[in-house]
Design a protein around this ligand. Structure first.
Ligand code: ADP
Ligand code: MG
Length: 262
């Protein structure tokens, strides 16, 4: 197992209310997607795995190591993290921001090596931002910022990617292009990823495993073919949905005429 979360409980302000008894594991090469309504605890869970938050109960293992035994730099070499939102008020360039992903490999008083710059440029190319490499981050659109942060996470070159809403702000094409490229990297290099998505259709195309999080609890967990069904999605979002099979692709759609009922 690459990553294991066991009986994790978390609450802001010392209650256990936001995440309740979360248990799952991630194998090498696997893409694991968290689905759930706004406020269900997806971002909180990723932050617990990245040690930005400390769970009141439970453990997170990377390989056979408890993450509490890893210092910040050690953890950053194992896990890279794409935050849901990120703002910088200082006009760093695209290249500067992506180079920050190389920090776990750069000594305290050293500057980035040729390899660091090369890795950063490669990650920028992967997300299609090479033309804007010297542009200030503060002058980018929401979607372009997201792409730069994805590049930063890729440049970090960790074995586990935590991607919080990687497709948020991306245009229709880029949602597919970027997830396809991330998936290819994961499969080719034997990495693993946990990501959060809001689009069930993207989740079905790009995930191996899915967990449905509702009010801080996992209500369904398993291979995508088993978990993504009408019953589970209906329970998760409390809405009427239908799944269609069109040319061997499963498509989730809401039943529109039921949406205004209260
Ligand atoms: P999701 O990512 O699934 O939309 P979050 O993990 O961001 O959900 O939030 C889960 C719950 O925790 C929500 O009820 C939210 O209001 C609460 N929450 C998130 N961040 C904080 C915080 N910094 N302080 C207190 N409560 C928070
Ligand atoms: Mg979130």
């Amino acid at each position: 197992m690459k990553l294991k979360v066991k009986n994790l409980y978390f609450g802001y302000k010392k209650s256990f209310k936001v995440l309740k008894d979360i248990t799952f594991s991630l194998k090498q090469g696997e893409i694991f997607t968290l689905l759930g309504p706004n406020g269900s605890g997806k971002s909180t869970l990723l932050k617990c795995i990245n040690k930005l938050l400390k769970p009141q109960k439970g453990v997170v293992f990377i390989g056979d190591k408890n993450i509490n035994e890893l210092n910040e730099k050690e953890l950053a070499r194992e896990v890279s993290y794409l935050p849901q939102e990120h703002n910088s008020s200082f006009p760093y360039t695209v290249l500067d921001i992506v180079l920050m992903g190389r920090a776990p490999y750069i000594g305290l008083l050293s500057s980035p090596s040729k390899k660091d710059v090369m890795m950063a440029k490669k990650a920028i190319e992967t997300v299609g931002m090479t033309d804007l490499i010297n542009k200030p981050y503060t002058e980018l659109s929401g979607g372009q910022k997201k792409l730069v942060l994805i590049a930063r996470a890729l440049a970090q070159d960790a074995e586990i990617l935590l991607l919080d809403e990687p497709t948020n702000h991306l245009d229709f094409k880029n949602q597919y292009v970027i997830l396809s490229r991330i998936k290819k990297l994961i499969k080719n290099r034997g990495l693993s990823a946990i990501m959060t998505l809001h689009d069930s259709n993207l989740a079905m195309i790009f995930s191996d495993k899915v967990a449905m999080l509702k009010n801080g609890k996992i209500i369904a967990y398993g291979p995508v073919e088993e978990v993504m069904n009408e019953r589970n999605l209906k329970e998760l979002y409390e809405m009427e949905i239908e799944i269609f099979n069109i040319e061997n692709r499963m498509i989730v759609l809401p039943k529109l005429n039921t949406l205004t009922e209260r």
